[in-house]
Design a protein around this ligand. Structure first.
Ligand code: AHR
Length: 327
């Protein structure tokens, strides 16, 4: 640690620590140690879902395993907290910054500040809509549009050869977030192939179980003949299942349910027949992120877009996969 920077480092740490929920492996210094240890400032979205909890665990464990000092900050779902955290990381002169942006827009100014300070930035899990892709080194994560398409394609097969109208309700993720935008677009593109499909209601449930439940309650009250629920993540789907059961209907039978993520709770509901199909979105980004952080810190060139490998699960496949599920 360079002593001359101690004041800036201290005030920066205060700013990060002031974000409620800040935790993880706070090293106490943003500077590369004399031993060459890399300090990675990571700003997480929050703890809105089982997926997010697994993602945080993966990043914290991988940093420890890779010998990287992690400055972890939880934004509690607020973009302004993330911007404050990123500025604090810049003040502390961390070696590398990574973050999972709450929403896609509004990042150019702070990304430019990081670039001007010579700190490489890695986007993990979610994209930004910046036109200037020199503002970040790499984007590691899923293709959310493809996830939405996979959900829609399953539904097309499910109703193949049938001519009745199909009323679909949609629980969207956080408004303005990359997964909410892309999962909606991908699904919409796929289901266009069947003119009988109609999205009769669509509303955000903010990727949270409790919100999934309350929004589904209102859907059920206003729309008696719902055939299908498409939820942008497992947690909202699980909340909706509670609402469906409370309304005296059988989830998975009276209302078909498709979700995204494939966390353990979702997979359990799938194996139990309460969900019909899950598109996987892997939260285990930690090992790849640490690899990229080491490379960009060493000035090596990395791929601009690194895609996560993912699959889908039917009810039968969930029964086989469940015992091996890590998150
Ligand atoms: O960005 C990934 C999404 O964010 C996950 O699908 C969802 O569960 C999470 O909160």
């Amino acid at each position: 640690m360079r002593r001359s920077l101690s004041v800036a480092v201290f005030s920066g740490l205060l700013a990060v620590s002031a974000l409620a929920g800040c935790g993880g492996s706070d090293s106490g210094s943003g500077d590369k140690g004399d031993d060459g240890t890399i300090t990675l400032g990571f700003s997480q979205v929050g703890a809105e879902s089982g997926w997010r909890t697994a993602n945080t665990k993966s990043i914290q464990e991988s940093a420890a395993a890779a010998g990287i000092k992690l400055q972890f900050s939880d934004a509690q779902g607020k973009q302004e907290n993330q911007i404050t955290a990123l500025r604090s990381f810049i003040t502390q002169k961390v070696d590398v910054i990574a973050f999972s942006p709450v929403v896609t827009s509004g990042w150019d100014a702070v990304l430019k500040e990081a670039k001007d300070a010579g700190i490489p930035v890695i986007l993990t899990d979610r994209a930004v809509d910046s036109q200037d892709d020199s503002l970040y080194e790499s984007f590691l994560g899923s293709d959310f549009k493809v996830e939405g398409q996979k959900a829609g394609e399953w539904l097309l097969k499910e109703y193949e050869g049938k001519s009745e109208p199909v009323n679909i309700v949609e629980l969207q993720g956080t408004t303005g977030s990359a997964p909410a935008i892309d999962r909606q677009t991908g699904f919409g593109d796929a289901i266009k192939a069947n003119p009988n499909f109609k999205i009769v209601k669509t509303q955000t449930g903010d990727f949270k179980r409790a919100d999934g439940k309350t929004v589904m309650e209102t859907f059920l009250q206003s729309t008696p003949d719902i055939d299908v629920l498409y939820a942008h993540n497992d947690d909202m789907g699980l909340g909706a299942i509670e609402a469906i059961e409370a309304a005296g209907k059988k989830p998975g039978t009276d209302i078909k349910i498709i979700t995204v993520d494939a966390v353990k709770d979702g997979m359990t509901a799938l194996a139990d027949g309460k969900i019909n199909f899950i598109v996987e979105c892997s939260p285990l980004l930690g090992p790849q992120l640490m690899d990229i952080a080491k490379k960009v810190n060493a000035g090596e060139k990395v791929e601009k877009r690194i895609l996560t490998e993912e699959t889908t699960f039917t009810q039968e496949q969930a029964k086989t996969e469940l015992p091996n599920r890590k998150y």
